[in-house]
Design a protein around this ligand. Sequence first.
Ligand code: AMP
Length: 285
Amino acid sequence: MLEITTVKEMREYSRLTRNAGLSISLVPTMGYLHAGHISLVREARSRGNRVVVSIFVNPLQFNDPDDLENYPRNPERDAGLLREEDVDVLFMPEPAEVFPDQPPGIRLSYPSLIGKLCGAHRPGHFEGVLLIVHNLLQWVIPDYAIFGLKDYQQYLLIKRMSAELAFETDIIAAPLIREESGLALSSRNVRIPASALPRALTLSQTLNQIKSSLNKNPLLTCKSAREIMQDSLNDGLTAEDIIDYADLYDPGSLDALPDSSPVKNSLAALAVHIGPVRLIDNMLY
Ligand code: AMP
């Protein structure tokens, strides 16, 4: 596995690879890898001749300085895991090289989607995500870039950006991977205090309750699903847990659906602060 730390070398590798007629899959990450990331790497491997994984903890997408400072990191372990997956390139650029101007002069946005769900609660977050992903796609020019549905809104924004800026890259969605307990895998999970774990499980339990009600009644409405959601969150969370959002949405526009809409083909999504950690989860029905 080649370890590349400069943009110049990354561009050169990509140019040579493409000139040799080989396709490239890119998996952008912030490191501290888990099985969710590895599933993206395997999806990348199944599509491209060469797999590039980037690890960059992007300061622009952290709206909370404590979150940036406490974000878990372990580049040596990450490199070991990627070697086991036969990854061809680990791209780990330095912040000063990625964003030489602080703050960067340019801003990418997507007004119709960015003010909703996580965007409404994390000012500047998605602008930071769009800029780093834009730059990674320019440097690597991959045939495929793989993003997890764990971050559904992020995937949707990147898919639209790539289409509207006419990038060559196919943006691929990969399924959300969970622990056996149901908890959505996340690098931030190591920061959940053991005492708060049962509350953390409330997120996936809520989504699963809606799923089993839908299985029993395919005509389930959003009104009923909202009641299930409310009851489940009331039972599983405490007054100290802060719910940023929890609702049913149109998966294309991210608008909350009317009560009368069917749950089928909707997206349920939620974000809750549990202790020091903000957790997100979602399910497409
Ligand atoms: P991160 O390192 O958290 O920025 O995530 C890098 C990529 O991994 C993003 O495309 C995420 O959506 C994806 N990802 C993170 N957690 C999961 C998960 N539990 N299942 C699937 N993909 C995930």
